[in-house]
Design a protein around this ligand. Structure first.
Ligand SMILES: [Ca+2]
Length: 497
């Protein structure tokens, strides 16, 4: 297949492994590392090292923290901490992603290690020792060999189900295109997103989106992985609306994908002083509530309020039938759901929570809405995810509520899903566009601009099994102010602030 203009090498989010496997070539009569033209000598004896040199090299390497795995007359396979390689080369080990042909004519990015620094050879993974007395003429960090692998395409697959693609359809449906044409794309606005994890899917690379190295909150978890696919996929909604925003993904899941460090992730996000924190998760409680929020909910509510009062816009999903404290906190922009059908007609999503609560000053959830699918499972937006992640597998199979599937495979790295989890990052993208135009906006001004200009939604109702609030003319409990209109909100901030 074509490689769609993807760069041969790109940023890697993978940490350096605990132990690095390498190969040390011991100096012989000839060296494969010398000279520019590479021709293999007819006899491998040309590369054989003297036994005394091999003995010395082995001894020196062991003294420097290397374990010898195997040895020939030419060289040694070794393993050691990355620092040991850095010590003998004076260079620095760094991961890079390289596009390689893999299984069945596909291509995929694979993590490689390289040694960077003064006098280090340009070839990927190749290093040179700094000491003249150590008779090693070259170091090779092992490149990953190719086994069965799937390359997630940067292009979405087809599905017979009506759906929206990112970025185009979402940008059109939220009228973000009008802002983009004025050059307003959220340039450089930092959005922090604590979620299940984040995987550098080629979709993001192909679009040239600006994404910082993810941060993992749970000790021992890999910052480059997303076992669920939720954080990866939903983050694409931000860029559909604000293609030049900067994303800081924060992984708050444990190795099983459970969101066990969400509050920690929020506090970490706050620490980075972003313009926006967007959260596509929450808790659940009785509705109507049996009493006021409990002290755990109050403790986090106070933290959220403090972040807002320090000028950070905080977006929380309204919930997919849940009744949760976070979207109710005063000042939070609670993201609800509106479904746009193939004719462009709008209705409140029956998948989304929508209600009034007395927990905090008669707060209405949602504040305003973005694009969310309908029951049974809101398979609505084609989003990029790690191949074979939980969402990839789940959405491609029937379940107890839905005999149909998303029409994709369980290993293609794409799935149809949404929920108010999709609405929050879309609205975060809308806010990023506004901050891009007016960096000094207060969070309340962003909320005002988005609600004052939203498209009124008058049909449908929120999650019927629990809330069943109807949409109607003007603000309502199903959609809040209605569907976000990015172009109109941009005009509003230019005219009013
Ligand atoms: Ca799939």
């Amino acid at each position: 297949m074509t490689r769609l203009g993807l760069p041969r090498q790109t940023v890697s989010d993978d940490p350096i492994p605990e132990r690095v496997i390498g190969y040390m070539s011991v100096e012989g009569p000839e060296s494969v590392f010398a000279g520019k033209t590479k021709k293999l000598n007819k006899s491998s004896k040309a590369y054989h090292a003297k036994k005394s040199d091999r003995d010395n090299v082995r001894h020196d390497l062991e003294k420097n923290g290397f374990n010898i795995i195997a040895e020939t007359a030419l060289g040694l396979s070794v393993e050691a901490r990355g620092e040991a390689y850095e010590d003998i080369t004076g260079g620095r080990i760094q991961p890079v992603e390289r596009l390689v042909y893999s299984h069945g004519g596909r291509s995929e990015y694979m993590t490689h290690l390289d040694i960077f620094g003064d006098k280090q050879p340009a070839a990927l993974g190749v290093g040179a020792v700094k000491s003249k007395s150590l008779k090693v003429d070259g170091i090779v960090l092992e490149r990953p060999r190719i086994c069965h692998a799937v390359f997630p395409s940067p292009l979405p697959p087809n599905s017979p189900k009506f759906h929206l693609n990112v970025p185009g359809d979402v940008a059109v449906a939220l009228n973000a295109v009008a802002a983009h044409q004025l050059g307003q794309r959220g340039a450089g606005v930092l959005v922090a997103m604590p979620d299940s994890g984040w995987f550098r899917h080629p979709f993001f690379t192909a679009h040239g989106y600006n994404i910082k190295t993810p941060i993992a909150m749970v000790p021992g978890t890999n910052r480059s992985k997303d076992p669920i696919g939720h954080g990866t996929g939903e983050s694409a909604n931000i860029f559909a609306v604000a293609p030049e925003a900067q994303l800081q993904p924060i992984r708050v899941s444990d190795s099983g994908g459970n969101l066990v460090a969400a509050v920690a992730g929020f506090l970490k996000a706050r620490d980075l002083q972003p313009k926006i924190i967007t959260c596509s998760w929450g808790g659940d409680d009785d509705f109507p509530p049996l009493g006021p929020p409990d002290s755990a909910e109050m403790a986090f509510a106070a933290e959220i309020q403090d972040a807002i009062q320090h000028g950070i816009l905080v977006v929380f999903s309204a919930g997919n039938g849940q009744f949760s404290a976070e979207p109710q906190v005063p000042g939070v922009l609670a993201a609800g759901g509106v479904f746009m059908d193939s004719n462009g007609d709008l209705r409140a999503s029956d998948y989304a929570s929508g209600y009034q609560s007395t927990w905090f000053d008669d707060h209405v959830v949602p504040t305003v809405s973005a694009l969310v699918g309908m029951q049974p499972r809101a398979q609505y937006i084609m989003l990029p995810i790690p191949p074979r992640s939980e969402i990839d597998l789940d959405e491609s199979a029937p379940n107890q509520f839905d005999p149909t599937t998303d029409g994709t495979s369980g290993s293609d790295g794409w799935a149809l899903f949404s929920g108010t989890s999709a609405a929050a990052p879309q609205i975060a993208g809308a806010a990023a566009v506004l901050f891009g135009a007016k960096p000094n906006l207060a969070p309340a001004q962003v909320v005002q601009a988005l609600t004052a200009t939203a498209v009124d939604v008058v049909v449908g109702h929120s999650f019927p099994q629990r809330f069943n609030s109807p949409a109607g003319p003007g603000p309502d409990l199903a959609t809040g102010a209605g569907l976000v209109n990015v172009g109109a909100a941009l005009r509003f901030v230019k005219d009013n602030f």
